[in-house]
Design a protein around this ligand. Structure first.
Ligand code: ADE
Length: 229
């Protein structure tokens, strides 16, 4: 998979790709990340990429021309299945979208800044608009980092134990059950006896019950979705 990220702040985004699982995925050639600084596509001397909005109002708007130039240059090189715009008024990101995106070969992610982008960018270039939650970040960069992390870990071969992605919370609209490790007794706080029993089917049943309990109490919306399936 290849991800091209268009941003005014590539330096803000780099470190998650330089550590841990994402770094290993890149080293194993399972994913390629390419940053494109939008200012490099500005046509004026001041490397301007934003301007005042027509009709007046506070806040600058990202101009269409540098974005067009950058996306068009990329599209000349290869076909992209998705051009994603990170924005708080996009579709809410979830595990289903992460699963879908993990199957794509080439995607572009455009990070919004200031007030956002000229609407014509959204109308003519963007295939999918994604929000990571009902709150406003200073820009789309951290949101794009979240999306990349969630997507890349689903690519086969990225996680050393592939089944661990399958048992994540949300894969079947259920939250994960509680987990424990040694010591079995810490300051008198005991691990549930059943987990020490060695009875695999009883343990599985316990985990399923706990997953249901957690989902019902913490995320009734998700529980409804699970039952509807
Ligand atoms: N840009 C600013 N806030 C955002 C959000 N919540 N999700 C995606 N992109 C954003």
């Amino acid at each position: 998979m290849r991800i091209d990220i268009i941003t005014v702040l590539p330096e803000l985004m780099r470190s998650p790709f330089e550590a841990s699982i994402l770094k290993r995925a890149i080293e194993k050639d399972l994913v390629e990340i390419h940053f494109h600084n939008l200012r490099d596509y500005s046509s004026n001397n001041y490397k301007q990429i934003d301007d005042y909005q027509f009709g007046g109002g506070a806040g600058m708007v990202m101009m269409i021309e540098p974005i067009d130039k950058c996306i068009s240059a990329l599209r000349e090189e290869r076909h992209y299945q998705e051009v994603i715009y990170m924005t708080p008024d996009g579709n809410r990101f979830d595990q289903k979208i992460a699963n879908e995106l993990s199957l794509k070969e080439n995607i572009i992610i455009l990070c919004g800044h200031y007030k956002g982008v000229d609407q014509r960018v959204r109308d003519h270039f963007i295939t999918r608009e994604v929000s990571v939650g009902d709150f406003v970040l200073s820009g789309g960069e951290l949101a794009a980092n979240i999306l990349c992390d969630a997507v890349i870990r689903l690519i086969p071969g990225v996680l050393s134990n592939e089944t661990s992605a399958l048992t994540d919370s949300f894969q079947d609209d259920l939250l994960a059950p509680p987990i424990y490790t040694r010591p079995a007794d810490y300051k008198g706080w005991h691990v549930p006896e059943i987990l020490l029993s060695g009875d695999a089917s009883k343990i599985e049943e316990w985990r399923e019950n706990k997953a249901v309990e957690h989902t019902q109490s913490r995320r009734p919306d998700l529980w409804k979705k699970h039952q509807g399936e």
